[in-house]
Design a protein around this ligand. Sequence first.
Ligand code: SF4
Length: 348
Amino acid sequence: MTVKIDTDRVFNLIEQKHPSRVILNAPGGLLRQTMDLMRVVELKYGVQCVLVGDTCFGICDTVDKEVEKLGASLALHIGHNASVESVGDYTYLVDAKDDIKFESVVQKSIPLLSKYKRIGLATFSQHLDELEPVKKQLEGAGFEVYLGRENSLLLASQTFGCDFSTVFNNAEKVDAFCYLGQSEFHAVGVALATGKPTFLLDPYLEEMRDMKEEAAERQKRAVLGVYKALDARVFGVITGLKEGQMMVGRSKWITNRLQANGKKVIQLAMRDITPDRLAQYTQIEAFVQTACPRISIDGFTFSKPVLSIPQADALVGLLEGRDMKDFLHRPKWIELTVGQIPRKQVAS
Ligand code: SF4
C-alpha cells in the first residue's frame, strides 16, 4: 500500500533534456516522496532541484511560468497524470500510483449494491489501473459496468474535483456510480454533477460509503450562497492566478453581467483564495471567484458568499429573471486551461 512516483519517467526526461536545473511541485501527500526523488536526481545526475512550495491541489497547479524565473529548464508536476503528457513550455506530468487493491472492498460491496444493475466506475489519477480489475469483478457478480471515455484532458473514467466529463454521459446509462479510492472530495463531485447515487469504495477501510448526505449538504450550501449574494450591492470578482485555472474571459463576462444588473464590481486577482485574504475587503459584500470551484463548494469557512462559476451563472440567471436550474449538474464546473498554455519553441 504505497504511492510510488514513476521515477523511470523522471530519469528518462532528465537523460533526454539535460536540464540546467529542475523545478518540481506536488500535492501535500506526495511531498516526502518528491523530496526523496530530488535527492536521488541530484546524486545520480548532478542536477540541482527546487521544490516549489506553494499550494498544489490539482493539475491546474502547474508552475511552468516559474521555470525561467528560477533559472531552470524543466518542470516536473508530480501526482496528477492525465491524457496529456506535458503542458506549457517546460512542464511534464509524472504519475504517482497507489498499489492498493480493491478486491476485498468490492467483494464486501456487492451485496450492498444488489438493488442496482448498471454501475458506472470513476476514480482519480492514483487508482486508474484498478478500473479494469474492478470492472471484471463486478461483471463476474452479474452487474453491467460502464467506464467513462478518455478525452483531451482526462483518461478513461478519470475525474478531477471540477471535471466529470468522462463519466457525465454515463449517468443516463447507469443506476449508480462507484468511485474508487478514499477521496470523498472526488466522489461527492460525481454525485453532485451527475445527480446519481454515488458510493465511495474505500480500499483502506474496506468499506463502501454513500455520498448522498455529503452531496445534499454541499448542494444546499451552494444554493444558499447564490440567494445570499442576490442582495449584495458590491461584488469582488476574483480571477485566480494559478496557471491552469486562470479564467480571464469568465471573469470579464461575469463582471459585465453583474454591472449590467446594477451591481458595483471590484475586480481582484489572487493566487490563493482564503478566508484570511478576503477578510480585508470589508466593503465587498459578496465574491465570485472564477478559479477552483471547490474553493466555494467545499469552503465552509467564508463569512460572505464566495460563488464559483456555476453559482455565478445561477446568480446572473436569477438577476435576469430566469429560474435557478440545477446549476451543478454539468460535466465541468470550470474549463481548465491545462494543456492550453501556449507553447513557444524551446530547444530540447
Ligand atoms: S480547479 Fe479542478 S483540478 Fe484544480 S484543484 Fe480545483 S478541482 Fe482540482
